[in-house]
Write a protein that binds this ligand. Structure first.
Ligand code: BES
Ligand code: MN
Ligand code: MN
Length: 462
C-alpha cells in the first residue's frame, strides 16, 4: 500500500498530463458556440470519475449546461463527503495578451512557481483544483484509504452564476445528501502559509442602459444642447461613491455586519505586505473605503465596480458623434446579511431616481448570490485544519475571501451541511485574466492534503 507522497511521486507525470488533456477542451459556459465542448468536458470528467474509483457516474441534464455526478458509497453508516467543483471556465479574452494560447496548456517556471505552473484557461479556476479531488480519490480507492462515502457534483455554470444549480439541487436532495461539502475553488495565502477560506462575498450584477436622442447625432450641430448618454452615465456612476469611497445608494449599508474590534485585530495578524501587493500588480497606491485596511476592503466590506462600459465610436481614428446610447455592467460584492435581491432593487430604484429627464435609464439585474461565512469550531473545519497540519506542518489561518461562489450559501440552506473551502491557488495565479496558471506544487500539494480531510473527518465524526 503506497503512502500518498510515494503515490504522487510515481504518478506525477500522468497526473499532469491528464489535467493538461482536460484543459485543452474550451468549456466556456458564457458562449453558446462552445455548447459541444461543454458536453465533451462533462463526458471527460465523468470518465475520469469512473477511472478514479466511483461506482457510478452520470451526466445530469439541466435547463442549462449539465452537471456531472459520481459516487462511491460502500457503507450507509459512514459519513458522506460531497465534493463540489466546476468544469466551466471564463472566456479567455483578450486573446492577444496571452503568452501561449489559452487552450494549449504549457508548463513553465516562474519566480513564484519554481517547480513550474500549468498555463491555460481554467488551470486554477477550477479544472485544476477540481481535478485534485479526482486524483485524491484515485489514490484513496487504489490504496484502500477511502474511509467514508464520497459524492461528486461538478457543474458547468459556475462562471455564469450557477443559474440552474438551484433547480438541480431541489430535484436531487436525496441523491446529494451528505455530512459535509468540500470545495477547492478558492486560494491560500502562500506556500509556507496555508489558509482555509471561511467566508465568501455575495454578488449583485447589474446592467445599465442609458438612452439619449433617437439616433446618433452630429456632435457639432447638437453637442452642448442635447444630453450625451456617455457623459450622463459617467456622472451617474461617479455619484455612486462619495469622497470616502463609501457607496451612496440609500440603504446599501443598512444590513452590513460590522466586525468587532477583536475580529478585526485578528484579521490584521495575517501576513500581508502592502508594498509587495502594489508591486505585483504595478500600481502606485491602493484605493478604497476610508477607515479600512486593504485586506478588509477586499474581504469584509461591500464594493461597487464597473466591469465594462461602452457606447459611441470606438473604431480607428476620430469620428465626431453624440451617441444615442451608453451602457455599463456594474457589480456589487456583498457581505454577510446583505440580501442580493434587495440590493439589486435598491440599485435600480436609486439609479432611476437620480437620472435626469434628458435621458432614459434602464436597469436590468443579472445574476446574484448570497455571501457566506462559516464558523471554525465545526468538525469539518477541524478536520481540514488537521489535514493541512499533516502536510504543511503548520496550522492553517482562517481567512475570509473577497470572491464569490454564489451557490455556497444555497448549499447550506438546502442541504443543511457545512461547506469547507480548501483552496490551493495563489492570488497571483491570474484567474479570469490572460495567462491564468496553477502551480505544479499547488496541484500536487492539494492531492496530498485532501485524503487527510477524509481521514480526520471520518475519525472525528465517530
Ligand atoms: N473560484 C471563483 C471564486 C473565488 C476565487 C473565490 C478565488 C475566492 C477566491 C469563482 O469561479 C468565480 O470566479 N466566481 C465569480 C462569481 C460568478 C457568479 C461569476 C466571481 O467571484 O466573480
Ligand atoms: Mn471557480
Ligand atoms: Mn471563476
Amino acid at each position: 500500500m503506497a503512502d500518498i507522497k510515494d503515490y504522487i511521486a510515481k504518478n506525477k507525470d500522468r497526473f499532469l498530463s491528464e489535467l493538461v488533456d482536460l484543459l485543452k477542451i474550451p468549456s466556456i459556459s458564457a458562449d453558446s458556440n462552445y455548447k459541444d465542448d461543454m458536453l465533451k468536458t462533462a463526458e471527460a470528467v465523468k470518465k475520469k470519475l469512473l477511472e478514479a474509483g466511483c461506482d457510478s457516474a452520470e451526466i445530469c441534464e439541466t435547463p442549462g449546461h449539465p452537471v456531472v455526478y459520481g459516487e462511491k458509497i460502500f457503507d450507509k453508516d459512514l459519513p458522506t463527503v460531497l465534493v463540489y467543483g466546476h468544469y466551466d471556465v471564463q472566456p479567455p479574452d483578450p486573446l492577444d495578451l496571452w503568452d501561449s494560447p489559452p487552450f494549449e496548456p504549457v508548463i513553465k517556471e516562474s519566480e513564484i512557481h519554481p517547480e513550474g505552473a500549468i498555463y491555460a484557461r481554467g488551470a486554477c479556476d477550477d479544472k485544476g483544483q477540481m481535478f485534485m479531488h479526482v486524483k485524491a480519490l484515485e489514490y484513496m480507492t487504489q490504496n484502500d484509504k477511502l474511509p467514508c462515502n464520497v459524492k461528486f457534483m461538478i457543474e458547468g455554470e459556475e462562471e455564469v452564476g450557477s443559474e440552474h444549480l438551484g433547480w438541480f439541487i431541489e430535484r436531487n436532495k436525496e441523491k446529494l445528501a451528505n455530512d459535509v461539502i468540500l470545495i477547492s475553488d478558492t486560494g491560500m495565502i502562500a506556500k509556507d502559509t496555508p489558509s482555509i477560506t471561511t467566508g465568501l462575498r455575495g454578488l449583485s450584477y447589474m446592467e445599465v442602459e442609458v438612452t439619449g436622442p433617437n439616433r446618433d447625432l452630429h456632435s457639432g450641430l447638437y453637442g452642448g444642447a442635447v444630453a450625451n448618454p456617455i457623459n450622463i452615465l459617467s456622472e451617474l456612476i461617479a455619484s455612486l461613491t462619495d469622497e470616502n469611497n463609501h457607496i451612496t445608494i440609500p440603504g446599501f449599508y443598512d444590513k452590513v455586519e460590522e466586525l468587532s474590534k477583536e475580529e478585526r485585530k485578528k484579521m490584521a495578524e495575517a501576513p500581508y505586505d502592502e508594498e509587495a501587493y502594489k508591486e505585483k500588480i504595478d500600481i502606485g497606491d491602493v484605493h478604497g473605503e476610508a477607515g479600512y485596511s486593504t485586506l478588509e476592503r477586499a474581504s469584509i466590506r461591500p464594493t461597487l465596480d464597473v466591469n465594462g462600459m461602452w457606447g459611441g465610436y470606438i473604431g480607428e481614428g476620430a469620428k465626431t458623434v453624440l451617441p444615442a446610447k451608453a451602457y455599463a455592467k456594474i457589480s456589487m460584492r456583498l457581505v454577510p446579511n446583505q440580501d442580493w435581491e434587495e440590493i439589486s432593487q435598491l440599485f435600480k430604484k436609486h439609479l432611476e431616481s437620480i437620472a435626469p429627464k434628458s435621458v432614459k435609464v434602464e436597469v436590468t439585474p443579472h445574476h446574484g448570490g448570497y455571501p457566506y461565512v462559516t464558523p471554525i469550531d465545526t468538525i469539518g473545519y477541524r478536520a481540514a485544519s488537521k489535514a493541512y497540519e499533516d502536510t504543511f506542518g503548520k496550522t492553517p489561518i482562517p481567512q475570509r475571501s473577497g470572491g464569490s461562489i454564489p451557490i455556497v450559501s444555497l448549499f447550506e440552506q438546502e442541504l443543511k451541511s457545512k461547506i469547507i473551502l480548501m483552496g490551493f491557488g495563489f492570488d497571483t495565479d491570474a484567474i479570469h485574466s490572460p495567462n491564468e496558471h496553477f502551480g505544479v506544487w499547488n496541484y500536487l500539494k492539494g492531492i496530498e492534503t485532501i485524503p487527510g480531510f477524509y481521514k480526520h473527518f471520518t475519525e472525528m465524526s465517530k
